[in-house]
Design a protein around this ligand. Structure first.
Ligand code: C5P
Length: 291
């Protein structure tokens, strides 16, 4: 195998997602919850550089203090994804993973899951494992409920734990993301006694392809009253929604200009970012570009 340097490798994108709506249909015997959600892929996210080598080792480095300082290698989802694929396909080669972390941690934007999906997709190619997209998605669910949608690489209507996916065309979307100064543990919200767990499933129709109720929001607002204050404050700009189990709040706009305008007005009070909704993940384009 030819030695590669990081400079030789093009970055692999790991986009963020929004849950435009999220319904909790019930608790499953395996402890997880049966969900129905609409995943919107975003045109913004993390970036990974991955070099393969013949050491057999999986190593990492990242430019973010958060990951390096707080997450030990053994629980780093990128390392776990690489090791999972290595074991599944009896790969003897190693890899070095370098992560540029833009997506906040514990923000409900699927950052860690997207990083893991990108590692699976990239190493499947670089190590010549030959797994199909479906096989990768099935491996991905072992790492996190949101991994399969990022392997699929398309905005999608989802059920089950989030792995029964139907790609959807949402068209261009314009969103303002508001990042509270704290993250929220997904497990904490799903374990909360007051979580509404009895929503009825919706039929997948054209009129449902937009933001709607998030059953986890009421629980997150009770656990983190500061979220309620932020949402109230944002009502002057439109209807605020929460993504996943939080903490990110988002507003949807019909075009980019009002989203940018709201961002410039709100940035003195909050950490905000105007982003675009896209149907096809840039990971698929990177995959077909090769290298
Ligand atoms: O799969 P992921 O790591 O994202 O899930 C984090 C936690 O959220 C799980 O341990 C589980 O407690 C909860 N969860 C759930 N039902 C889901 C997804 C996540 O109860 N569909």
């Amino acid at each position: 195998m030819l030695p590669q340097t990081e400079a030789m490798t093009q970055a692999w994108p790991a986009p963020a997602k929004l849950n435009l709506f999220l319904r909790v249909l019930g608790r499953r015997p395996d402890g997880y919850h049966e969900l129905q959600t609409l995943f919107q892929i975003l045109d913004w996210g993390d970036e990974l550089r991955i070099t393969v080598n013949d050491s057999g080792e999986i190593t990492r480095c990242c430019d973010s203090n958060i990951i390096g300082a707080v997450i030990p290698e053994s629980s780093d989802i990128c390392i776990r994804a690489a090791k999972l694929l290595q074991a599944r396909c009896s790969v003897t080669n190693g890899a070095h993973i370098s992560l540029k972390k833009n997506i906040p941690v514990a923000a409900g934007l699927g950052g860690g899951s997207s990083d893991a999906a990108t590692v699976l997709v990239a190493l499947n190619k670089l190590w010549c494992c030959g797994l199909s997209q479906q096989q990768l998605a099935r491996a991905g669910i072992e790492l996190g409920a949101d991994v399969p949608v990022f392997v699929l690489g398309h905005s999608a209507w989802a059920q089950g734990r989030g792995e029964k996916l139907q790609p959807v065309m949402l068209g261009a979307g314009h969103y303002l993301l508001i990042f509270p100064a704290f993250g929220i543990s997904t497990a904490e919200v799903f374990e909360y006694a007051g979580l509404k767990r009895d929503s009825l499933p919706l039929e997948m129709t054209a009129t449902r392809m937009r933001p709607g109720r998030n059953d986890c929001a009421a629980a997150a607002l009770e656990l983190y009253p500061e979220l309620a204050r932020i949402m109230q404050d944002l009502r002057a700009w439109g209807r605020p929604y929460m993504s996943g189990t939080g903490s990110t709040i988002f507003l949807r706009f019909d075009s980019r200009k009002p989203a940018i305008n709201a961002a410039s007005k709100l940035k003195c009070r909050y950490n905000v970012r105007a982003v675009g909704g896209i149907d096809r993940s840039p990971l698929l384009d990177r995959l077909s570009a090769g290298g």
